[in-house]
Design a protein around this ligand. Structure first.
Ligand code: DHK
Length: 151
């Protein structure tokens, strides 16, 4: 039976537009465009349509999350450094009634202490970290099974 199609929003926070040249030993050599292209291709196989966005602005990310209500069935978010600081993004996600998967390219738990706390984790269904750009693909897979289970 064909899977039900869903719209998925993928949000990327500050400095993720610099991937490829930004600390490649930590974040890898893929650019954000490479990751977006991989997601686009894989989403097609899963029966998803994706909207892949990046912003350096906390307020803009909050607005994107607010606008996701009614327009998307799932959210994948790498909030970048706002992960560790943003009560505003935490609150915006709390209002959303769709599954949210938190993604990080690196493993923040294996890095500096200030990266160990996430404001996103308590309002996410789950977190995927440490697998570079492949984490986004894992997150799309997680959303596919969550949405299938919802029926
Ligand atoms: C990305 C960032 O920009 C950092 O501020 C986070 C995260 C980790 C990542 O690994 O994708 O601490």
């Amino acid at each position: 039976m064909p899977k039900q199609r869903h719209n998925i929003l993928i949000l990327n926070g500050p400095n993720l537009n610099m991937l490829g040249s930004r600390e490649p030993e930590i974040y890898g050599i893929q650019t954000l465009t490479d990751i977006a292209n991989d997601c686009e291709e894989y989403a097609g196989e899963l029966g998803f349509t994706i909207d892949f966005r990046q912003s350096n602005s906390e307020g803009e990310l909050v607005t994107f999350i607010q606008q996701a209500r009614g327009a998307f069935s799932g959210l994948v978010i790498n909030a970048g450094a706002y992960t560790h600081t943003s009560v505003a993004i935490h609150d915006a996600i709390k209002i959303l009634e769709i599954p949210v998967i938190e993604v990080h390219l690196s493993n923040p738990q294996a890095r500096e202490a200030f990266r160990h706390h996430s404001y996103i984790s308590p309002v996410a269904k789950g977190t995927i970290c440490g697998f570079g750009g492949h984490g986004y693909i894992l997150a799309l897979n997680a959303l596919r099974s969550l949405l299938d289970d919802e029926g």
